[in-house]
Ligand binder design. Structure first.
Ligand code: NAD
Length: 498
């Protein structure tokens, strides 16, 4: 069982390794915090490098000696569908746990958790269609074909903002491909992944196919990504950590995909529907208290509509309701933890020091609770300022103005990131033209913040490596093998390649 007795009113959890519920080897634990109430609510194992080693060994054993990678795609598909059903049945409860851990709105987290089952259904549908190909050989005496074989043990290291959704991005295609898996949730949000493991167990996945190690620091993540028993690392988190992950992975040449930070431009032309653009800008930067990798944190707006759009945004920001994330009328919850709050407020102050003008917000909002910050709009931002170049990961909008399409595109692309972008215009020619010119992995036209299991997601530049979601994501969890079958039965000159 994932949960056991309550100690000091904290719900106590265990890790899931090799199909067993276990405490940390050193019996240590840490407390997971509820950021809205600023109090601990769960006690979670403090996993060590030894625990990580145990989890990787369990995954290794399930891969090297277990049935899982050799099952047919059809059999894996059936288990994935069973899991999808259990996830759907438990979605609301999983969402509650996520809100308790990261403070994001209950309706946002339950909405994400209700979508999860579709990720598993989609990849269940793909599991029995992972085909190689027959190669048109240039050598008539050979039949040549390829197989897509599971890559092996996958290590997933995850952030706190959307723990289970970002797990599903990785786990669903990995299971479809026949990989085994070790998940390391964020120290801020360890619980939902442990609750999810309960559903993996109930669905009947063989022991060791899915394992979870938790910890309160970067230690288990570091141990996991440098472990020689890991074949592939699927990482979502900050760009700085992503670089460290790549360095560690290089020692073992583990395969790596990275979903990292962003500084996404939201470009509004002067023919745009300003009501829709206002709504989309609010969705892009104030939803999830701005704690989203795809946050549309740079509003690049045509000079003719700059003042009107800022006015509309300020009016809407003033009405945003801060408060209890589980209250259906709340629009912005707290920032997830103290360091993050300090970073957000520090970056706002830095922007003002650099010359940006505070059009709205800019301060903590202690009336709402300890970790609340106001929705913030900074105008007169220069794209060279730190506030326009560094990810805030909070509800802070930087507004920049442009006068020509070329200038808008140049500003949008003047960033080391390239995760997402929005383009707002009624001109269909311009919409596609600009969508093509902006260097980002996702561009929304007259919309913001839509994602799907059907559609590749990932970033250009410092926003990452590879794409998650869509059928092609399965390629990140397979190795291609070419098989040459001699047909004539004859021999040839052994000293000549051919
Ligand atoms: P983070 O980089 O601080 O931590 C992410 C995970 O990495 C955590 O589990 C942490 O314990 C672990 N970790 C830390 N140091 C490590 C190391 N050296 N080796 C291995 N693991 C290590 O990120 P965060 O603060 O949890 O999440 C916020 C960041 O995630 C933002 O930058 C955001 O843009 C990004 N993010 C990106 C996407 C995307 O899909 N592109 C989605 C969500 C979040």
């Amino acid at each position: 069982m994932a949960t056991a007795q309550r100690s000091r009113d904290l719900t106590r959890y265990q890790m899931y390794i090799g199909g067993e519920w276990v405490d940390a080897e050193a019996s240590a634990s840490f407390e997971s915090q509820n950021p809205y109430l600023s109090e601990p609510w769960a006690e979670v194992p403090e996993g060590s490098a030894d625990d990580v080693d145990g989890a990787v060994r369990a995954a290794r054993k399930a891969f090297d000696a277990g049935d899982w990678p050799n099952m047919t795609g059809r059999e894996r598909s059936k288990l994935l569908l069973r899991l999808a059903g259990l996830v759907a049945d438990n979605a609301d409860q999983l969402g509650e746990v996520e809100t308790r851990d990261n403070g994001k709105l209950l309706r946002e987290m339950q909405g994400q958790c209700r979508l999860l089952s579709e990720w598993f259904e989609f990849y269940a549908g793909a599991a029995d269609k992972i085909n190689g190909e027959v190669i048109a050989s240039d050598k008539p005496n050979f039949l040549v074909y390829t197989r897509k074989e599971p890559i092996g043990v996958v290590a997933a290291v995850l952030p706190w903002n959307s723990p289970l959704l970002l797990l599903a991005f990785k786990l669903a295609p990995a299971l479809a491909a026949g990989c085994t898996f070790v998940a390391k949730p964020s120290e801020q949000t360890p619980v939902s992944t442990l609750e999810f493991a309960r559903l993996m167990d109930e669905a009947g996945f063989p022991p060791g196919v899915f394992n979870v190690v938790t910890g309160s620091s970067d230690l288990p993540g570091k141990a996991l990504v440098s472990h020689p028993g890991v074949d592939k690392i699927a990482f979502t988190g900050s760009t700085l950590t992503g670089i460290n992950v790549v360095r560690a992975a290089a020692e073992n040449l583990s395969r790596v995909t990275l979903e990292l930070g962003g500084k996404s431009p939201n470009i509004v032309f002067d023919d745009a529907d300003l009501e829709a653009a206002t709504n989309g800008t609010v969705a892009g930067i104030f939803a999830a208290t701005g704690q989203t990798c795809i946050a549309g944190s740079r509003l690049i707006v045509h000079e003719n509509v700059h003042d009107e759009l800022v006015e509309r945004l300020v009016a809407r920001a003033k009405t945003i309701k801060l408060g209890d994330p589980s209250d259906p009328s709340t629009e912005m919850g707290p920032v997830a933890f103290r360091d993050q709050l300090d970073k957000v407020v520090g970056m706002i102050n830095g922007g003002v020091d650099e010359g940006a003008k505070l059009a709205y917000g800019g301060r903590q909002d202690p009336d709402a609770g300890e970790l609340f910050v106001q929705p913030t709009i900074l105008t007169e931002v220069d794209n060279g300022m730190q506030i326009a170049q560094e990810e805030v990961f909070g509800p802070v909008l930087s507004v920049l103005r442009f006068s020509s399409e070329d200038e808008a595109v140049a500003l949008a692309n003047d960033t080391r990131f390239g995760l997402a972008a929005g383009v707002w215009t009624k001109d269909v020619h311009r919409a596609h033209r600009v969508a093509h010119r902006v260097r980002a992995g996702t561009v929304w036209v007259n919309a913001y913040r839509a994602i799907s299991f059907t559609t590749p997601f990932g970033g250009f530049g410092m926003s990452g490596w590879g794409r998650e979601n869509g059928v092609a994501a399965i390629d990140h969890y397979t190795e291609s093998k070419s098989i040459w079958v001699e047909l004539s039965g004859g021999t040839r000159d052994p000293f000549v390649m051919g």
